[in-house]
Design a binder for this molecule. Structure first.
Ligand code: SIN
Ligand code: CO
Length: 382
């Protein structure tokens, strides 16, 4: 993608300018970001997915009254478990639809001017008239694409982030909207993290949310430390603690300060291995989601021939990234350099390689590609 080229998707500005001016800073409304946009799944297909165990689905039902109440349920939901379409004020939200439908995955890929390590998933919500999840804020960035019908969005910078007590959802107690927009199919609204918003369906409506992943320091530290721990003994070595200068003690229960220093040094050495840290980060970022299963199949020598003839395409569920020293795919890391690294990076970026490019790979890289093909991570493309 040429990130300097103006995109209709971003209202005629380039991804470069969007990232500079709006990303994580302020909202952007784009009328007709995708002109003539038609939903990629109809209502029946979305309901079918909502019944699927592997899809993460939630339902929010608004109970009318002077002070509206909220009911919240986790799916999966069989069709008969959904309220009638004539009933106003309910919504279902199906997370990760990009993992199930190629065209939805392709739509999400239009947002790959943001690194894959930040892109999370595409959620589809369906609501009957008046439906929504209430005024709230999210901790991540989101692009809200109106797919069908209309939705009225009220948004605001909101200083007071206190939440309503005793409700099963995170709903702002004192929402103070500043602007209001009525979105039509094909319109897009970008919101930075923590920007308050409330979207209410005007008639039956479907909204697509392209959501982002925001690593959190504590979680990242725990994940990386766990991964580093696996190789720690090898990296740090088995040097033994020595204390020739230990004086005699009259408080024997006290841990010696020199032992604390010894422990700190050992930890520092373990953290010093920047390649191990990079491996841990890449493996973690490409770890498939817990609800993702690949269908392994018996590989054969023909696979390599087919890949050379037709090229390869990553499965839509495959996560593939790289750093200057490694290639990462679905939670595994490989050292790569030279032409193999260039081609593998191209595969990660474009999500396909032509047969001519596959034929340029070394024997070792071809063996890897065949193993990934057998694991169901990629396929010889047609
Ligand atoms: C929705 O689609 O109903 C909710 C999306 C959001 O507010 O993040
Ligand atoms: Co939201």
């Amino acid at each position: 993608m040429d990130v300097t080229q103006a995109l209709p998707l971003l209202g005629g500005i380039s991804p470069q300018l969007f990232m500079k001016r709006y990303w994580q800073k302020k909202p952007l409304l784009v009328r007709q970001a995708i002109p003539g946009f038609k939903p990629l799944l109809d209502r029946a297909q979305l309901f079918e997915l909502a019944a699927n165990e592997d899809a993460q689905t939630r339902m929010v039902i608004q109970e009318p009254g002077s002070k509206p109440g909220w009911r919240f349920k986790h799916g999966p939901f069989q069709r008969r478990a959904l309220p009638p379409l004539k009933q106003a004020g309910w919504t279902i939200l199906v997370q990760g639809v990009d993992l199930h439908h190629d065209r939805v995955h392709d739509l999400m890929n239009q947002f790959r001017f943001v690194p894959d390590a930040r892109l999370d998933d595409l959620m589809i919500s369906f609501a009957t008239d008046g439906g929504g999840v209430g005024p709230h804020y999210d901790s991540y960035d989101v692009f809200l694409l109106q797919a069908q019908g209309q939705r009225r969005w009220r948004i605001g910078r909101q200083k007071d982030l206190s939440l309503q007590p005793d409700v099963p959802l995170k709903i702002l107690a004192n929402f103070e909207p500043e602007v209001e927009y009525l979105l039509e199919p094909g319109d897009l609204l970008y919101l930075p993290p923590r920007y308050a918003h409330d979207g209410i369906a005007v008639g039956e409506c479907m909204t697509y949310s392209i959501g982002f992943r925001i690593p959190n320091r504590g979680e990242l530290a725990r994940e990386l430390l766990q991964r580093l721990a696996e190789d720690a003994e090898e990296v740090v070595g088995v040097g033994l603690y020595r204390d020739p200068n230990q004086p005699a003690v009259n408080q024997p229960a006290e841990i010696p300060a020199t032992m604390m220093e010894f422990a700190q040094n050992a930890l520092q050495d373990a953290l010093q291995d920047s390649l191990a840290l990079a491996r841990g980060l890449g493996e973690y970022m490409t770890e498939p989601k817990p609800n993702v299963w690949f269908e392994a199949r018996v590989g054969s020598a023909d696979d390599t021939q087919a890949m050379k003839a037709r090229g390869v395409r990553l499965d839509r569920r495959t996560k593939m990234m790289f750093d200057p020293h490694h290639i990462f795919i679905n939670g595994e890391s490989f050292s790569a350099s030279g032409r193999d690294a260039t081609l593998m990076r191209a595969l990660a970026n474009s999500r396909y390689l032509t047969g001519r490019d596959v034929a340029k790979l070394s024997v070792q890289a071809l063996v890897l590609l065949a193993a990934w093909c057998a694991a169901g991570w990629l396929d010889a493309q047609n």
